[in-house]
Design a protein around this ligand. Structure first.
Ligand SMILES: Cc1cc2nc3c(=O)[nH]c(=O)nc-3n(C[C@H](O)[C@H](O)[C@H](O)COP(=O)(O)O)c2cc1C
Length: 248
């Protein structure tokens, strides 16, 4: 319940035995069809870490004592299948399908989240990094990702050097429904709860940084809903270049 993103870390290195525990926790996450469709690249080279911070345009990426990039990985399975005599170039090979791609993303996210939860349980702090996808092609090139792999998210871990307030969450009934999805009338009845939530979010940001007033939650959603997303225009194309087929 106390989980929140941590973006400032002390310089204390993470002991190798702690890293072993974190990696074991990730490996024990559930995995669709037991395909183990993910891998993680631990970044130990400071110059690579700086390049990732450039891509993410977030300096704290360079300062994280422990940094991983989680990837979709069907390259390993394709190699194993080929060793078993499967023709991985044939039409009947399906590990490059969009269905498997999305299951692999699920696997990668679950593993990353297991690592985040384990890190929090050990008193460490984490931030998940979607910003590494600002330049997917450069990331693929830096990490030397082969066909049938694809970056999903980064995870920065370290000893917290900040103690931010927990960020407010939506009113429970706007996110948990009973039996069916709410209809227009039910959504309309939630308007007062949303208004109260807007106030809460506004006050949260005010407390965090009075110099940077942030509009309500609704206004944030409206702004993001029309801002250009890097993935919008290109998510399919790099995945296709990595050997995944758009639809099968
Ligand atoms: C998929 C995903 C990508 C994210 N990417 C970033 C990121 O690139 N940089 C960052 O500072 N935080 C990132 N976050 C953290 C969110 O901003 C954060 O979880 C959200 O604002 C809620 O705050 P909390 O985690 O403190 O509760 C990401 C979170 C998720 C789930």
């Amino acid at each position: 319940m106390n989980r929140r993103s941590i973006r400032h870390f002390t310089s204390a290195p993470i002991p190798e035995d702690t890293i072993d525990i974190l990696e074991a926790a990730a490996q024990h996450a559930a995995t669709s069809q037991y395909l183990n469709s993910w891998s993680a690249v631990r970044i130990t080279d400071p110059s690579v870490q700086r390049q990732l911070a450039e891509i993410g345009r977030q300096p704290y990426i360079a300062e994280a004592p422990l940094l991983y990039v989680y990837i979709v990985d069907q390259h390993r399975n394709a190699r194993i299948a080929a060793e078993q005599g499967i023709d991985v170039e044939s039409e009947s090979f399906t590990l490059n399908s969009s269905y498997i791609f999305s299951q692999s993303q699920n696997d990668a996210v679950l593993a990353l989240h297991a690592m985040e939860t384990a890190a929090n349980a050990l008193g460490l702090g984490c931030v998940i990094l979607g910003s590494l996808l600002n330049d997917i092609d450069r990331l693929i090139s830096i990490l030397k990702l082969p066909p049938l792999t694809f970056p999903v998210l980064g995870l920065a871990i370290g000893e917290p050097d900040q103690s931010p307030e927990r960020k407010p969450r939506l009113p429970h009934d706007m996110q948990f429904f009973q039996d069916t999805y709410p209809d227009d009338r039910q959504w309309a009845s939630m308007a007062p709860a949303l208004e109260r939530f807007n106030d809460i979010v506004h006050r949260y940001y005010d407390l965090r940084d009075t110099s940077k007033p942030v509009a309500s939650f609704s206004a944030q959603i409206a702004r993001i809903s029309t801002s250009p997303a890097p993935l919008h225009k290109c998510i399919n194309h790099p995945a296709e270049r990595q050997g995944f087929t758009p639809d099968r």
